[in-house]
Design a binder for this molecule. Sequence first.
Ligand SMILES: O=C(O)c1cc(=O)[nH]c(=O)n1[C@@H]1O[C@H](COP(=O)(O)O)[C@@H](O)[C@H]1O
Length: 231
Amino acid sequence: MHSDPKVLVALDFASEQDAMAFVERIDPSQCRLKVGKEMFTLFGPQFVKALSGKGFEVFLDLKFHDIPNTVAHAVAAAAELGVWMVNVHATGGSKMMAAAKAALAPYGDKAPKLIAVTVLTSMGEEELPELGITRSNDEQVLALATLAKQAGLDGVVCSAQEAAMLKAKLGAEFQLVTPGIRPAGADLGDQRRVMTPAEAVAAGSDYLVIGRPITQSADPLATLEAINATL
Ligand SMILES: O=C(O)c1cc(=O)[nH]c(=O)n1[C@@H]1O[C@H](COP(=O)(O)O)[C@@H](O)[C@H]1O
């Protein structure tokens, strides 16, 4: 049992009933919940409020990427919703990230953690040149994470493969949220830069985002408990 659970379960269910059936079997000491583009588009703010109402802290993963004014208002809307964490794409740039940070100032201690996505964990290094990026994956992740830190953000989303490097370069306080987590032997799906839960924590991940290995398991609760036991 944790007061600060490391696992953020990605609730990527197509049906609210399936999501709630899982949520009914767990409690907030075991994990936090991530609501992403699929469930938010289907079920909206009411779904987030229903999870919060059950005592869960929610990571609203909508990966905002737009002009600074629009992102600032979107992030403030997330704060109004009472979420624990919200994210933007670091490639939106330093002005966009600074505007998002400034929009949370009025919320003080109640502001959600604000983090920026660096290079998606589904991407392999060979995909970067098609985006015009000629530096290595690690260099790109570090450059974007450095921009996010300079803009005052709380941390970044990255792969656990970059965690040790980022902790060494940007310090222990800068939070690392790592998707692309796969227990040994689990199906990778579309993820490319992966690590096991225990390896990720050892490498310096503060929070592990885990979806399909839990949500598509025959027994999601047992899988979550087994993962927590390895941490
Ligand atoms: O921001 C995210 O959460 C995210 C960033 C990233 O680089 N990679 C990534 O997989 N995610 C999210 O993390 C979750 C991973 O889910 P699984 O691959 O099913 O474990 C999904 O909901 C993704 O949207």
